[in-house]
Design a protein around this ligand. Structure first.
Ligand SMILES: Cc1cc2nc3c(=O)[nH]c(=O)nc-3n(C[C@H](O)[C@H](O)[C@H](O)COP(=O)(O)OP(=O)(O)OC[C@H]3O[C@@H](n4cnc5c(N)ncnc54)[C@H](O)[C@@H]3O)c2cc1C
Length: 651
């Protein structure tokens, strides 16, 4: 059966927020016709999506069924020492939730309060946070939910390295907690939960939870994939439909060939922080002078569209660990025996398999001490006084350890086992922007990530790098720093990185002729490491700090936590949507995804995207005189096991 040419609601973009919107609306009323249009492919039953441990493969740019779109800075950045940053965004049904690292984190309560929008305080949103969760860990607070469609657990395996990390955190004053996602804790470490169903071992992506579940039991949700929404169709300022094009322009002599679908009640844009502003601009909603230059008819003059782009900034530092450590390096390197073993394990008992984990076992949220603040310079201290001081629930840095090295590719790494310290800055003050360069939906936009364009962002990253080094050195498994993935300190500096010790190297390559050659500068041969003797922190000179800052400029990356380009704030302050997510100056048009965040959130952002979707669904259903139907449709592949009850059943 073909798709209808007219429906009630069109949702453009099938990321987490779009899936929640489409699924909740369609399930609320089987008479409501809802169409979800997604630029990427369908994720249903894709084994590269649902097996959690292989998510890095989905970031490969192989040209066939790419699951991400890669945005590269249009200009060299003077703040990154002439580099251009790259920000990959999801391009598949489920959006980021189909390819992300599956780390479960939630924003601090004050983050939502700081939106300063009626209906959006943490207190207002708490019932929705609970409604979306199927929390499968024990807990001692009342902020989690147990009957929702999105499963959260520790995954199949927690390794000894995670515990090693937590003990080392404690040694430098970061206490252990059993739940730092309680919306309040900002200085503690924990075993990090994951968007993985502990009963099936599968990833909890938003399409399976909200869309496939509804399509399995109802017929009023229409899904169109591999279709890119080019623009919203307006009659006057009222949105009455959308035009979309094939996601690749291989037909029609590369001309733009649009298909039009009409929407009787509302058009919802959920194409993500980098997708939604482009659709708005192509539709005539944005900065009027810029649109006129591109010959686009102006529907609503909103100069804020595409501005105030935000992310979290990460730097990855890689540490060697003992040969006995349970890392996944050989699996990722392509060692055939290891791959065979891990894939076989998944086939027989996915719920316990090593691949039913993201190999990210533990992490922390931290705030600096008074002493540490003194070393962080006037720019950051000014920000601290304004932004953090009176909000004790706001962490400055979140960090996790990963049981393998995450760099560009394993083929560039020496043999051995690694962990990656992956720390990210939660509230950068730097801002970027994205704008279309043409009305043609296939043309690359102008993109400026804005990374590090404010000096205040350097000090907290420098501080967090030092912290993670102190933790690594105190881990029993620690065997040195992979010098190529650390700042280039002067070789004579006491802070200079120290790579693998010769004893461990010999164990790793017993027949290697060159192990132990001492050439002075390539690496500093060292005695075997002994974490029990590490009691003092390293000292850094001004020159060392400069080396760290240069390294940050050279290597700081996206955390794929894009937000903020269609902010929910007053129109006269550059806002794009109001508190009901309606686009200013238009009718029947809402934006529902992370582009609406007026300020940053201290979290890996999947939970926030789901929450924005849940809130958007409530608002639109209210406009239509309807209500969310609970519980949501049964999630495919998420059976409640017979025998042992799931956490939600015992509560
Ligand atoms: C590699 C990666 C790792 C991440 N790791 C984590 C993690 O571990 N934990 C966590 O909490 N968060 C993580 N995130 C972030 C999280 O996944 C995102 O914040 C979240 O997916 C954002 O949801 P969204 O609905 O706003 O938009 P998106 O997820 O960006 O979805 C937008 C959707 O719209 C589609 N689209 C875009 N343009 C168009 C168009 N013109 N027409 C039709 N469709 C269009 C895209 O294909 C995409 O599917 C990660 C993200 C990525 C990419």
């Amino acid at each position: 059966m073909g798709h209808p040419e007219e429906v009630d609601i069109i949702v453009a973009g099938g990321g987490p927020a779009g899936c929640v919107m489409a699924g909740r609306l369609a399930y609320a009323d089987p008479n409501l016709k809802v169409m979800l249009i997604e630029g990427g492919a369908n994720n249903r039953d894709d084994p590269w999506v649902y097996r959690p441990g292989i998510y890095v493969k989905n970031m490969q740019r192989d040209g066939v069924n790419d699951k991400a779109t890669f945005y590269t800075d249009t200009m060299d950045s003077p703040h990154l020492r002439g580099r251009r940053s790259i920000v990959p965004c999801a391009n598949i049904l489920g959006g980021g939730s189909s390819i992300n690292f599956q780390m479960y984190t939630r924003a601090s309560a004050s983050d939502w309060d700081d939106f300063k929008s009626p209906g959006w305080t943490a207190k207002d949103l708490l019932p929705l946070m609970k409604r979306l969760e199927n929390y499968q860990k024990p807990t001692n607070n009342d902020t989690h939910g147990y009957d929702g469609p999105v499963a959260i657990s520790n995954g199949g395996t927690i390794t000894a390295l995670g515990q090693d990390f937590l003990r080392a955190c404690d040694a430098i004053g970061i206490p252990f907690s059993d739940d730092i996602q309680d919306l309040d804790t900002a200085h503690a470490a924990e075993i990090w939960a994951k968007y993985i169903n502990r009963h099936t071992g599968r990833r909890s992506d938003a399409a399976t939870a909200y869309v496939h579940s509804v399509m399995d039991v109802q017929t009023n949700l229409y899904l169109r994939t591999n279709a890119r929404v080019s623009r919203v169709i307006f009659e006057g300022n009222k949105a009455v439909g959308v035009a979309y094009v094939p996601s690749r322009n291989r037909a029609h002599a590369a001309q733009v060939k649009e298909t039009i679908v009409r929407a009787r009640k509302c058009v919802v844009l959920s194409s993500g922080t980098l997708g939604t502003p482009q659709i708005l601009e192509r539709s005539g909603v944005g900065n009027a002078p810029m649109l006129k230059q591109l010959d686009i008819k102006v529907v609503s003059d909103l100069p804020g569209v595409g501005e105030q782009y935000q992310d979290h900034y990460t730097t990855l530092s890689i540490y060697r660990v003992s040969n006995e450590s349970p890392t996944l390096d050989n699996f990722l390197r392509g060692d055939k025996d290891t791959q065979k073993e891990l894939f076989a394990e998944w086939e027989t008992s996915p719920e316990k398999a090593r691949l039913s984990s993201n190999a990210i076992d533990a992490g922390f949220k931290i705030r600096p001490t008074e002493e540490e603040l003194k070393e962080m310079g006037p720019e950051f201290n000014e920000l601290w006084d304004k932004y953090f001081k009176d909000k004790p629930d706001k962490p400055v840095i979140v960090r996790v350890d990963r049981l393998w090295s995450l760099c560009r590719t394993h083929s560039l790494l020496p043999p051995g086992k690694y962990i990656t310290m992956f720390q990210y800055l939660e509230y950068p003050v730097s801002r970027g922007k994205i704008h279309i360069s043409s009305s043609n939906p296939y043309k690359e936009p102008f993109f400026d990530s804005g990374f590090m364009n404010k000096k205040a962002d350097f000090a907290p990253i420098r501080w967090s790098y030092k912290k993670t080094r102190e933790i690594a050195r105190r881990m029993d498994a620690f065997r040195g720093e992979l010098a190529s993935h650390h700042p280039h300190f002067h070789p004579a500096s006491p802070a200079a990185t120290r790579d693998i010790d010769i004893k461990t190297a010999k164990q790793m390559l017993p027949d290697g002729f060159t192990v132990g050659i001492h050439m002075g500068t390539w690496h500093r041969p060292s005695e075997p490491y002994d974490a029990s003797k590490v009691h003092e922190d390293m000292k850094y000179t001004e020159e060392d700090d400069k080396a760290i800052d240069d390294w940050v400029a050279d290597h700081v990356e996206t955390t794929w936590h894009s937000l903020g380009t269609c902010a929910m704030k007053p129109r006269e302050e550059g806002g794009v949507v109001d508190a009901r997510l309606n686009v200013y100056g238009t009718q029947n048009l809402k934006c529902v995804d992370l582009s609406i965040c007026p300020d940053n959130l201290a979290t890996n952002t999947y939970s926030s995207a789901l929450l924005v979707g849940e809130k958007g669904a409530d608002l639109l259903l209210e406009d239509l005189g309807l209500k969310v139907r609970l519980p949501h449709a049964p999630v495919p592949h998420a059976p409640i096991p017979t025998g042992k009850p799931a956490t939600q059943l015992v509560r």
